[in-house]
Design a protein around this ligand. Structure first.
Ligand SMILES: Nc1ncnc2c1ncn2[C@@H]1O[C@H](COP(=O)(O)OP(=O)(O)O)[C@@H](O)[C@H]1O
Ligand SMILES: [Mg+2]
Length: 259
């Protein structure tokens, strides 16, 4: 695949909920191996954008194009459900803010990781278990917890388990919605470090939604700033945060610095 073409492109995405224009002609590009953060205050349309990009929500207008592993350009909103589900299983991953939405709570930690492997064709029980153990270690969960269920884990561990479950199949593109939201600040820092290391080791392209500017600074190569469903500014992370041009970005950055 040519690295000089975006892995994901959105053009002119608009989506309204009644009178609320959640997305207003949003266009973005994501490059292979790039971490792109969508930032903005609560209600600015970040999660809606993520869901529209991932085919979970259909925009009123606009299109999303994904360039798959074979280099084929797929129109996400023109794909049928089965094809989209297959893509979500094989080439994509999704990390939810609440790990309970991304895990199967009735299945063991090892089962949660192994299940994704089986979904892409792994069959050998011993190999699956070994790989699950390896991934638990990789996200700093003791392999001795492999048979425990996620309900027996702390919030931070659950989130790390969700990350293992998502990354074990080595997706090319991962969507993350506030992956550190709702966790204690000390837990957040460790999780961010972990995510940063894994994403860079695996060379995954990530669309990261966050209202946390510090998280965006740590993880993202590039930022898109949203307000009222529109992109008001975008650019390389350091440029946008150190030299914000739009008054809204200036406010967003300064309110964090003052916090
Ligand atoms: N399913 C929905 N039904 C109605 N309104 C929604 C729905 N999802 C989002 N919205 C509205 O769309 C706007 C953008 O929401 P959202 O994308 O969740 O913002 P963010 O993730 O930036 O906090 C908000 O005004 C929100 O209330
Ligand atoms: Mg949101």
């Amino acid at each position: 695949m040519a690295d000089d073409e975006p892995i994901l492109s959105a053009r002119g995405l608009s989506l309204s909920f009644g009178a609320v224009r959640a997305l207003d002609e949003v266009s973005i590009d994501l490059w292979p191996g790039e971490v792109l953060a969508i930032v903005g205050e609560s209600g600015s349309g970040k999660s809606t954008l993520l869901r529209a990009l991932a085919g979970e929500m259909r925009p009123d207008a606009g299109r999303v194009t994904y360039r798959d592993a074979s280099g084929e350009a797929l129109e996400v909103h023109a794909m049928g459900e089965p094809a989209l589900r297959r893509l979500a299983r094989t080439e994509w991953g999704f990390v939810r803010q609440d790990a309970r939405d991304g895990l199967r709570m009735g299945v063991s930690a090892g089962g949660n990781v192994g299940e994704r492997l089986m979904a892409v064709g792994a069959r050998h029980y011993g190999d699956i278990r070994t790989e699950a153990e390896r991934w638990l270690e990789r996200v700093e969960i003791s392999p001795s917890r492999i048979d425990d269920r996620p309900g027996q884990f702390s919030g931070g561990m659950r989130q790390r388990l969700q990350i293992a479950r998502t990354l074990v199949t080595r997706p090319r593109l991962v969507f993350m919605d506030e992956p550190t939201g709702g966790l204690d600040v000390s837990v957040q820092a460790r999780l961010l470090d972990l995510i940063r290391g894994l994403v860079s080791d695996l060379g995954i392209a990530v669309v990261l939604v966050t209202h946390d500017i510090a998280a965006a600074r740590l993880l993202a190569h590039r930022l898109v700033v949203m307000r009222h469903g529109r992109v008001v500014e975008e650019g390389l992370t350091d440029r946008v945060l150190d030299d914000p041009r739009h008054p809204y970005t200036q406010l967003l950055v300064s309110s964090v610095l003052a916090a």
